[in-house]
Design a protein around this ligand. Structure first.
Ligand SMILES: [Zn+2]
Length: 294
C-alpha cells in the first residue's frame, strides 16, 4: 500500500509517478520501495509492458482511465486486434510483448523530458514530472512547446535508478531536418490521441491500408514480390532521414534489409503484432491517400 499521500499528476507517466513515490520514500534502493508498495522490482522503462507496470497500474483506482491518461500504450490499438487490446487494457492481466524492437529500431527508448515543461511543472506542482506524451515511441519534440526532447541513452534507461527531470541537464540531439522531426512528432501525437480515444480506429486503419495498397490480409509467400515493389515506392516517397532515424536497416548497410510492409501487413510466422512504429510510418506515408480519422 501507499505509505503516504502522493497523487499522480495530470500528464504524469505511471512509472514516473512510481519513481517520484520512491524518491519521496527516502529509500536508497527501489527494491525497498517496491516491497512496501507490493510492486515488482522489474525495470521501469517507458517501452516495457512488464510486471512493474501492471502492479503500478493496480495501485491506482480506475484501470481504464489511468491506462489512457498516464501511459503511452493507447498507441498499441494500431497493432493489436480490438478484442485483444480491450482485454489487455481492461483487465491488466496479460503482458504484451511488442514493447520494443532493439535489433531493428534506430531510435532509443530512454526517458525524455522538455526543459520548458520542467519550468512550467515546477511553477504548478513544485516539482517536475515525467510526461507520458514525451515517452511515445520515436517522438522527438514536446507536445506542448515543440522543443526537442532531452534524454540520455544510458543514464535515463530505467527510472529505478533515476531522478526527476529537473535533476538533468542533457543537450538536445541535432537533427539535420528539424522541421521533419517536428512534423513526425505531431503526427504521432495526433494518431495517439485518436487511437487512445477510439481504439476501434486501429482495425479500421489496418483495413484501409490493405484496401488502398490492394494487398490481401492473408499474405502468402507468392505475394512477396508484389509487396516488395510497393515497398520500393514507399522508400522513395518517405524522407530517408526519417526512415534512418527509425530503423537501423536503413542506416546500416550490413544489416539484412527488412521490408516494413512485408513484415507488418500480415505475413509473420513468429509475431502476432508489430510494434506501432511500423504501422505509424506506413500511415504517415499514406496520410494524404487514406482517411486517418474514424
Ligand atoms: Zn514542453
Amino acid at each position: 500500500m501507499m505509505p503516504f499521500h502522493c497523487p499522480i499528476e495530470p500528464n504524469e507517466h505511471l512509472l514516473g509517478w512510481l519513481c517520484r513515490v520512491h524518491l519521496l520514500s527516502g529509500n536508497i534502493k527501489f527494491a525497498h520501495t517496491a516491497a512496501t508498495l507490493e510492486v515488482s522490482d522489474k525495470p521501469l522503462k517507458g517501452c516495457n509492458h512488464n510486471r512493474a507496470f501492471q502492479d503500478g497500474l493496480n495501485l491506482l483506482p480506475d484501470l481504464n482511465k489511468n491506462f489512457e491518461n498516464h501511459t503511452a500504450f493507447g498507441l498499441w490499438a494500431i497493432s493489436l486486434q480490438l478484442k485483444e487490446f480491450g482485454d489487455w487494457k481492461q483487465n491488466n492481466a496479460q503482458l504484451v510483448k511488442c514493447g520494443f524492437d532493439p535489433n531493428k529500431f534506430a531510435f532509443h527508448s530512454s526517458w525524455k523530458y522538455c526543459s520548458s515543461c520542467i519550468s512550467e511543472d515546477i511553477n504548478i506542482y513544485g516539482h517536475s514530472i515525467w510526461h507520458f506524451k514525451h515517452q511515445l515511441p520515436s517522438i522527438t519534440h514536446c507536445y506542448k512547446h515543440q522543443l526537442p526532447l532531452l534524454s540520455d541513452r544510458t543514464k535515463l534507461r530505467d527510472l529505478r535508478s533515476s531522478s526527476l527531470p529537473q535533476m538533468y541537464d542533457f543537450l538536445p540531439h541535432k537533427f539535420e531536418n528539424e522541421t521533419l522531426m517536428v512534423e513526425w512528432s505531431e503526427f504521432i501525437l495526433t494518431m495517439f490521441d485518436r487511437l487512445n480515444l477510439n481504439p476501434e480506429l486501429g482495425g479500421i486503419l489496418r483495413e484501409r491500408t490493405l484496401n488502398y495498397l490492394d494487398i490481401s490480409s492473408d499474405l502468402r509467400l507468392k505475394d512477396k514480390p508484389k509487396v516488395l515493389t510497393i515497398q520500393k515506392k514507399m522508400d522513395s516517397e518517405v524522407p530517408i532521414e526519417l526512415l534512418e532515424y527509425l530503423f537501423l536497416f536503413y542506416s546500416q548497410e550490413f544489416k539484412r534489409h527488412h521490408s516494413i510492409l512485408w513484415n507488418t501487413l500480415g505475413y509473420s510466422v513468429y509475431e502476432k503484432a508489430k510494434h506501432p512504429v511500423y504501422w505509424l510510418i506506413i500511415l504517415y506515408w499514406l496520410k494524404d491517400k487514406i482517411s486517418l480519422e474514424l
